[in-house]
Design a protein. Sequence first.
Length: 143
Amino acid sequence: MKKIGVTDRLSFLIIGFFYSSTLLVGYLNISDLKTKEEKELANSKKLIHLVLIKFQSSMSSNDLQLISDGAYSLQQIDGVEELNFGINTSPEGLNKGYTHSLTMKFNKAEDRDSIYLPHQIHQKFVKLFVPFTESVLVYDYWE
């Protein structure tokens, strides 16, 4: 039987070290990749805040313009990512009297709850808007 020399032992040790290091680095990168993918998925989801509005029939076009301007002023609030105020255009006739919608997107529920809802611009808009409504339906969901 042949005796293993010091050089052979050192070679095996170096190969073992590099093999172990490669496995460890690969494992850490794969687990980090999963974390990045999970973070990207979480960041890609948006909280949609949908408000359906049934205005009083006695409301004037000037009043509607004030409300529209007030709705778009909500974009000034930190955390409001996107905002749209629009009129119902569905041909189905299933709107149950709701003629307008106000839709906003938020990155986090905290942006809606802690920044947007208590914000003075939102509170001012509510005081302007509510007296002209017959009914309001608010529906929030994650997309």
